[in-house]
Design a protein around this ligand. Structure first.
Ligand code: AMP
Length: 455
């Protein structure tokens, strides 16, 4: 393991790796290494030939001089931790190396940096983005690893990469926690024993919100209130913010769906801590949850967007919702109906007999649904999941006036699902079986399995 302090030396190392056709990973850290960092490094080792860990306590991202002074710095301890991990190099530049005299450029991120951490730590993300861009330019990694623990940061970096067309892929790794749930952080070492105990309130409050969501609570405001209530019972902690947000914009959401993120920040004693939890189906793995939260944008950017239809997020939500009773319907071939991916998933469009319509976007004035369904000439059964799909289906495919159909909730009583046979002349001359169910995403009531009817 080489310990490199100069930009020119690490640059050469990186250039050599690329010249030999080896993939290069960068794990940026501020030192004070712990299991969270180690998980990122292990992941990088699994995926890349050459792994560089940077250790740089970036003064530009500290809004408080006291916080900067008190930030743990112990390079020899960090090197001891890194030694057995068999990485290729540690890049530990001085402040002067990164920001020599005359350095005067800053990278100012946009909207995703404005709220939450951006609000409570003015200038923080500008400092992060400036340092990260410089590190990317120095090291030119193929892949760079960040932790979910700093969810907003990972989003700021994602925007940086996308907006400036940086040639690097980001890998976001799940949060590593202590046994009692506290997210591991270099700052935890500054907590006294009492504060350390109190600090679990971040995770406890998030779990409480998650339990409510799993129990069917779909209003974000209720989850936020529940988080606040848990904090109210912990006198050593002072909540700074609690919110449930859309994963890509960080806009507070009204209705909770899979992939939404609950964020909290609090001061415990003098130490400021943050944590977050991605809401999703009970029992989903941390990786699946991350996928749910992060995937959509990427797919949309890749051109997979059908107007008014978030195909990939719907697919992921449905695929990940394994505990839901409605899922067996989706596991039947075809697994789901996603016209954006028709050619990939259904090269033989004559094969699918069942289409599952799980649209959760608000009603679009244009009717894409019929055109999408028409792509499959042999459909016999349609499964309509959730309110939005139901409304769209009734209005645009069955051409029923709002007074001509019941609200979904009423229709699905008492057994949790309903069926009818319909003829949709714009689609096919045949009679189609239609099943209506609740949407299987988080926060919706569950419908029992209708698999036997579809077999
Ligand atoms: P830091 O040294 O705090 O700047 O963190 C360096 C990287 O490690 C960032 O991408 C963090 O999100 C990530 N990280 C920090 N703590 C954890 C944790 N407990 N689990 C996973 N990743 C983490």
């Amino acid at each position: 393991m080489r310990v490199v302090k100069s930009i020119s030396e690490i640059h050469t190392l990186s250039r050599d790796a690329h010249a030999r056709g080896r993939s290069l990973a960068l794990v940026p850290t501020m030192g004070g290494l712990h299991e969270g960092h180690i998980s990122l490094i292990r992941q990088a080792k699994r995926q890349c030939d050459v792994v560089i860990v940077s250790i740089f306590v970036n003064p530009k991202q500290f809004d408080s001089p006291k916080d900067l002074t008190e930030y743990p710095r112990d390079l020899s301890r960090d090197l001891e931790i890194l030694e057995p991990l068999r990485i290729d190099a540690v890049f530990a530049p001085s402040e002067k190396e990164m920001y020599p005299e005359g350095f005067s450029t800053t990278v100012v991120p946009g909207d995703v940096a404005k709220q939450f951490e951006g609000e409570f730590r003015p200038g923080h993300f500008t400092g992060v983005a400036t340092a990260v861009l410089e590190l990317f330019n120095i090291i030119r990694p193929d892949l760079a690893y960040f932790g979910q623990k700093d969810f907003q940061q990972s989003l700021v970096v994602r925007r940086l990469v996308e907006d400036l067309n940086l040639d690097v892929r980001l890998v976001i790794c799940p949060t590593v926690r202590d046994k009692d749930g506290l997210a591991i952080s270099s700052r935890n070492s500054r907590l006294n024993p009492e504060e350390r105990k109190a600090a679990t309130v971040l995770h406890r409050s998030l779990r409480h919100a998650e339990q409510l969501a799993h129990g069917g609570e779909s209003l974000a405001s209720k989850l936020v209130a529940a988080i606040r209530e848990v904090f109210a019972g912990e006198p050593l902690a002072r909540l700074e913010y609690a919110a449930v947000v859309e994963p890509h914009s960080l806009e507070p959401t009204e209705r909770v769906t899979s992939g939404c993120v609950a964020l909290v920040a609090a001061r415990v004693g003098a130490v400021r801590l943050i944590d977050n939890l991605i809401l999703g189906p009970a029992g989903a793995s941390p990786e699946t949850l991350l996928q749910l939260a992060l995937k959509t944008r990427h797919i949309l950017d890749a051109g997979g967007l059908i107007p008014g239809f978030e195909t990939e997020s719907t697919r992921l939500r449905i695929a990940a919702c394994r505990e839901c009773a409605a899922i067996p319907t989706i596991l039947l071939p075809p697994r789901e109906f996603l016209s954006g991916y028709v050619t990939t998933y259904y090269p033989d469009r004559g094969a699918p007999r069942i289409a599952v319509i799980g649209r959760d976007a608000p009603l679009s004035p244009s009717n894409f649904l019929c055109a999408e369904l028409k792509l499959f000439p042999n459909l016999e059964t349609l499964v309509v999941l959730g309110d939005d799909a139901y409304l769209q289906f009734q209005r645009h495919l069955l051409e029923r006036a709002p007074s001509g159909f019941k609200p979904l909730d009423e229709l699905l009583q008492p057994q949790g699902w309903a069926r009818e046979e319909v003829r949709i002349p714009t689609l096919t001359e045949r009679l189609l079986k239609v099943f209506y169910c609740y949407h299987p995403t988080l926060g919706y009531k569950r419908s029992p399995s209708i698999a036997p009817f579809l077999a």
